[in-house]
Design a protein around this ligand. Sequence first.
Ligand SMILES: [Zn+2]
Length: 112
Amino acid sequence: MKRSKKIKMPVPPHERHDTIRKNIISLLEEYTLTAREISHYIRIPEKDVASHLEHIKKTLNRGEERLIIESARCETCNFVFKKRDRLTNPARCPLCRGRLINPMLFSIEKRG
Ligand SMILES: [Zn+2]
């Protein structure tokens, strides 16, 4: 019986990031997802998703596609977190102080 040995090659960090970003891009070309869902599919910590998305947003802006961000929204009073530069979800609503926040949704769309 043949056994294939798994050889672990050290991957340079920048290459790994490239792969992660490529995977996120192909996911978002197909689906509209929250940061949590992206972290689940790509198997990276949820806190890392925002920085990858920020990078993707910058690179895509020069190309044929663009990153679509649907704002987070308060479940209780429907307040929409429109002016948000960071791609992390707000913890609580400034209007009603509610903590039930519908997270941001991300997808990628072709221009044109
Ligand atoms: Zn609210």
